[in-house]
Design a protein around this ligand. Structure first.
Ligand SMILES: Nc1nc2c(ncn2[C@@H]2O[C@H](COP(=O)(O)OP(=O)(O)OP(=O)(O)O)[C@@H](O)[C@H]2O)c(=O)[nH]1
Length: 712
């Protein structure tokens, strides 16, 4: 069972090469204490070697992960190894000290700052028991030199990070010549281990206590409750260090101190460095044993994870020349399936962060394209002047008597063209999304072969590029088709009568408002009665006109359109029929305008008769312009809806579905060629290394698992 520490050390090494052992939380002893409490001295005593940097102020500035490994045999020579200098054995321990100093300066700088990055050191010796300890920077209160002002906080956080891991054992070092109540290490330990279950207390400097005082109460567990107890030590004094007092002599002096001390004599067998080493070894072993089931189950889940990760690198069964074809076919199919699945939304690892694949295409159709179409004003770029000019031009050399339909035709076509840019942009956006999907289809397994991956992307890009042209042309034709024939007979088209009625109701509303205003003004002038008298007949006249009650208007509107409501419009055929008593004429905007003009003229005259200023009269030009605008708006809305409906359908058919269906065949046709296999299956070196590392990790986990399993 002795080798469980070695086993844990091995696992720890692997974990430190890949950046910390946070995930496994291996059992280890963490030495904590305030500055100059004697932490380094304790460790050196345990190792029985001088190897730690000494000096004034903060000396330990990085965590030192120290693994002690027992060497067996009488003649073996002790040595040290650093993880950052593999394969170099240090037999001279002053070199070890120098390397710790140099590496600390390299990582933590030459000022007195601290770093979280640990140094890993292994010491092989016949004098040590298997132990894993971490020496942390001492708690410091006042910054010195160039130290940052928050050095205390930094150190405290670093210590707490280490000791709060439930599998760590806290070695709380306190100098006996200071008050135990103020011990920083015990205070910190209590924070993370309030019941004192995994804290072992170490009292240093027992030789420096005031004469007549002793720490017997503490050492026998009466002063401070810790399950693992307190152990008293006497390390080398500064003087001993300066005079290079040999470690063996120091250990002997310590033993003598306890044996000869009147207060400690009775507990001398439970004091001193040798006892501490033995205790730590036993505690660590028991602790590891206790934690082994946990570690085993953690390892087991790590094996599972690593196996899963390894599987992402592909099927290792398909290696060798004879399997190249099957492997290529497998990868092509996977790529094609991923492409299709991204579009269909059936991919296994769908993003929850952003829209992707098919969902994004839907978004493009409905939001991006929809909004782009909505943002176009039906009469954009059409000034009244343009409309007027178009009307005049379409009437030829004679003065315009009627509003010609040709002007509407002429004006509405360029407006329809405005739909072309957003429609083509919609095609491009979907194309770009498909390209994005294609680039994201490379699973780890495929990316292992960068050349194959590049070719896969290239073939699919070519396919999409090929489909882009026809799709764009088709969408262009859709707009051209809409422009080619202006269907004024469309069921949803407002038509001349509708436009006229709309205009009329607008005018009516406006007049009512005007009248209200006039009445208010009159009331204020005390002329209420007079105003009422002249307004009544006028109001009646408007009402009759709006309802088509005037015999003149009634006959006129019905004559051409069969009423203002478009549903009441007679069919052209009916109008053409021989039984139709009136002369055959299609609904004409000009005639409606004429009618409205006549009516307004009449109104003007009657108003003039009553000496009222003409408040709402529209001149002929303005009326024509407004009429044409209503018609353009109505027709444009119809076309906009048609385009919003047809463009996505065309894109889905010609671009999305087409490439979706042909991607697999295209890939096979382009890449499944014997002479390309070698080139395409050239493996990426970095990924191959990562896979090998993953494999090695898996082996190690399995090995560790087996050893732990056997040891239990
Ligand atoms: N007399 C005596 N001196 C001791 C004892 N333990 C440590 N010292 C002295 O106290 C001083 C500080 O000891 P270190 O072991 O360097 O203390 P540290 O906690 O590692 O210090 P930092 O790494 O700077 O935080 C040294 O001069 C030691 O010689 C002891 O038990 N008795």
């Amino acid at each position: 069972m002795e080798n469980v520490i070695e086993l844990i050390n091995k696992v720890q090494d692997v974990f430190s090469t890949i950046g910390g052992n946070d995930s496994l939380d291996l059992p280890q002893i963490i030495s904590v204490g305030s500055q100059s409490s004697g932490k380094s001295s304790v460790i050196e005593n345990i190792v029985q070697r001088d190897f730690l940097p000494r000096g004034s102020g903060v000396v330990t500035r990085r965590p030192l992960v120290l693994q002690l490994v027992t060497l067996n045999g009488p003649e073996v020579q002790e040595y040290a190894e650093f993880l950052h200098i593999p394969n170099k054995k240090f037999y001279d321990f002053s070199e070890v000290r120098k390397e710790i100093e140099d590496d600390t300066a390299r990582i933590a700088g030459t000022n007195k700052g601290i770093s979280r990055q640990p140094i890993h050191l292994k010491i092989y010796s016949p004098k040590v028991l298997n132990l894993t300890m971490v020496d942390l920077p001492g708690l410091t209160k006042i910054p010195i030199g160039d130290q940052p002002t928050d050095i205390e906080k930094q150190t405290r956080n670093l210590i707490v990070d280490y000791i709060s891991k439930p599998n760590s054992i806290i070695l709380a070092v306190t100098p006996a010549n200071a008050d135990l109540v103020n011990s920083d290490s015990l205070k910190l330990a209590r924070q993370v281990d309030p019941e004192g279950k995994r804290t072992i207390g170490v009292l240093t400097k027992l030789d420096l206590m005031d004469a007549g005082t002793n720490a017997l109460d503490t050492l026998t567990g009466r002063a401070y409750p810790l399950k693992l107890g307190f152990i008293g030590l006497v390390n080398r004094s500064q003087q001993d260090i300066l005079t290079n007092k040999p470690m063996t002599d120091a250990i002997q002096s310590e033993r003598d101190f306890f044996l000869n001390h009147p207060s400690y004599r009775s507990i001398a067998h439970r004091c001193g460095t040798a006892y501490l080493s033995k205790q730590l070894n036993t505690i660590l072993m028991n602790h590891i044993r206790e934690k082994l089931p946990d570690i085993r189950s953690k390892l087991s889940s790590m094996i599972g994870q690593t196996q899963h990760e390894l599987a992402q690198y592909g099927d290792m069964g398909l290696t060798g020349k004879m399997h190249r074809g099957s492997l290529i076919l497998q990868l092509l199919t996977k790529f094609a399936n991923d492409f299709v699945a991204s579009i269909d939304g059936t991919l296994s690892d769908i993003s929850t962060k952003e829209l992707c694949g098919g969902a994004r295409i839907y978004f493009i159709f409905n939001n991006v394209f929809g909004q782009a179409l909505e943002s176009i004003a039906p009469c954009a770029n059409l000034s009244d002047h343009d409309i007027r000019t178009a009307i005049r031009n379409s009437t030829g050399p004679r003065p315009s008597l009627f509003v010609p339909e040709i002007a509407f035709d002429l004006l509405v076509k360029p407006q329809i063209s405005l739909l072309e840019t957003p429609s083509l942009r919609c095609v491009e956006l979907v194309y770009e999304e498909l390209m994005r999907i294609c680039h994201n289809c490379g699973s780890k397994e495929i990316q292992r072969f960068p050349r194959l991956y590049a070719r896969l992307v290239e073939v699919v890009s070519d396919l999409l590029q090929e489909r882009l042209g026809p799709t764009s042309s088709y969408v262009e034709s859709l707009i051209a088709i809409e422009r080619a024939y202006i269907n004024t007979n469309h069921a949803d088209f407002l038509g001349a009568a509708g436009a006229m009625a709309q205009l009329e109701s607008q005018t009516k509303k406006h007049r009512a408002l005007e009248r209200k205003r006039a009445a208010k003004v009159a009331q204020m002038n005390g002329r209420v009665e007079h105003v009422d008298a002249i307004q009544m007949p006028q109001q009646q006249q408007h009402q009759t006109s709006a309802l088509g009650g005037s015999p003149k208007n009634d006959s006129f509107l019905n004559y051409f359109f069969g009423g203002a409501n478009k549903n009441d419009r007679p069919a052209l055929g009916a109008m053409d029929g021989p039984h139709n008593s009136v002369s055959v004429s299609p609904p004409s905007i000009s005639k409606v305008v004429e009618a409205e003009m006549e009516r307004q003229l009449g109104e003007k005259l009657s108003i003039k008769d009553q000496q009222q200023p003409p408040s709402q009269s529209l001149d002929r030009d303005e009326l024509e312009v407004r009429l044409i605008r209503s018609l353009i708006t109505s027709y444009f809305e119809i076309t906009r809806q048609t385009i919003h409906d047809l463009v996505p359908k065309a894109i889905m058919h010609l671009l999305v579905n087409n490439s979706r269906e042909s991607v697999q065949n295209r890939l096979v046709a382009a890449l499944y060629k014997e002479d390309l296999f070698g080139e395409l299956l050239h493996e990426d070196e970095n990924l191959a290394q990562e896979r090998d590392k993953c494999n090695a990790m898996l082996d190690l986990y399995k090995k560790a698992f087996t050893i732990i399993n056997d040891a239990m």
